[in-house]
Design a protein around this ligand. Structure first.
Ligand SMILES: [Mg+2]
Length: 226
């Protein structure tokens, strides 16, 4: 079946998280370069990125600190400057080519409101908090397929993480597009030895791209418009 719906992850698929993690480094009082290096080390060891905070401040409570930042007037936010430059042209090109375009990632409802204000050309924009289910739970992708209304082999999910995006989306029977950018996109490789090994189901159709411009070319050029 041809792809008719393309759903996008948020962090590092659409949003360049450089500024936000830089703000966290500042909040912790750690040089940004040091924070980024630790971030990469945690990912390379197969750890959860939230461990990064623990290295610098044991007992760090992300939820509480998010609130503390908000109370101090420097809460998490997003605007058009945080978008990768290929995002808007990609979503527009896919919309113009007749694809259903969705955005759904592991995000708070508050971040969802900032995403709304980006006025992206898309049919649906949703967050894990609104859906009450988050990646890598396969139920997240079941929900996405239900909202989309397309059959699973007509749906592509585009994400930067093998563990959180690609493996569970493939398990849910979706076409997967691994977008290789951001820390996870560069550091992890399929077939890496444990503990970073990510099991990808065999025989599930997939695509690997380096940019969203390449995705548009693959979908509207090589694979044909719907
Ligand atoms: Mg992501």
């Amino acid at each position: 079946m041809p792809i008719r719906a393309v759903w996008f992850d948020v962090g590092e698929a659409l949003i360049d998280e450089t500024r936000e993690y830089g703000t966290w480094a500042d909040w912790l009082g750690v040089p940004r370069h040091t924070f980024s290096a630790m971030f990469g080390a945690v990912i390379a060891r197969g750890g959860d990125y939230r461990e990064v905070f623990q290295h610098f401040r044991p007992g760090f409570d992300l939820g509480k600190e998010r609130q503390a930042r908000f109370d101090a007037g420097i809460g998490e936010y997003l605007n058009g400057h945080d978008l990768y430059p290929d995002v808007r042209p990609c979503l527009q090109a896919l919309t113009d080519a007749g694809y259903f375009v969705g955005v759904a990632g592991n995000q708070t409802a508050r971040v969802g409101r900032f995403l709304d204000e980006l006025n992206l050309p898309c049919d649906v924009l949703a967050t894990s908090e609104e859906w009450g289910v988050q990646k890598p739970d396969v139920a997240f992708f079941d929900k996405l397929a239900a909202v989309s209304g397309h059959s699973r082999d007509e749906i592509a999910y585009v994400g930067d993480r093998l563990d959180n995006d690609i493996a569970p989306a493939a398990e849910a029977g979706l076409f997967t597009v691994w977008l290789r950018r951001g820390p996870w996109g560069y550091i992890l490789q399929p077939g890496d030895p444990a503990p970073t090994a990510v099991h990808l189901p065999d025989g599930v159709p997939s695509l690997t791209v380096g940019s969203l411009a390449q995705l548009v070319a693959e979908l509207t050029g090589n694979r044909g418009a719907p």
